[in-house]
Design a protein. Structure first.
Length: 139
């Protein structure tokens, strides 16, 4: 069995945003040479997410609005976590909802997706560097 590991780095200029990272993960898969196995993609920061869904701008807008209603950023004093001097309690909650990681099967050297599926990096406390781990295992 072979193993491959790579870190992808992101620094979004806005507090929140979504980035389609499917092409970057596909590049990792090509670099790995693995044709059958599994690919784990996970956010290595507690205020960012990795998830799978449709690459449709209306959906991403809806996610942003929905998450902000569930865990609004302001007022920041509504969160006990922010008593520590932070202002990102909402980002922790948004990450919890959207998830830490995804696993995608690899078949015949390709990510084995369902219709319309793509991999996204979700940022909820941006304006600084954060990483995503890509770990591929297989033959």
């Amino acid at each position: 069995m072979k193993s491959y590991r790579k870190e992808l780095w992101f620094n979004l200029p806005a507090r929140r945003g979504f980035v389609n990272i499917t092409p970057l993960v596909e590049e990792c898969l090509r670099e790995s040479g693995i044709r059958e196995g599994f690919c784990l993609i996970n956010a290595m920061h507690i205020t960012a997410s990795v998830f799978i869904n449709d690459d449709e701008s209306g959906l991403h807008h809806d996610y942003d609005k929905w998450l902000e209603r569930l865990a609004p950023h302001e007022p920041i004093d509504q969160y006990r976590h922010n008593d520590t001097g932070e202002d990102n309690a909402d980002a922790h909650m948004k990450r919890q909802i959207m998830g830490r990681e995804v696993v995608v099967a690899i078949t015949n050297g390709e990510l084995d997706f369902g219709t319309w599926e793509q991999i996204f990096y979700g940022e909820f406390d941006g304006r600084r560097k954060k990483r995503v781990l890509v770990k591929i295992i297989g033959e």
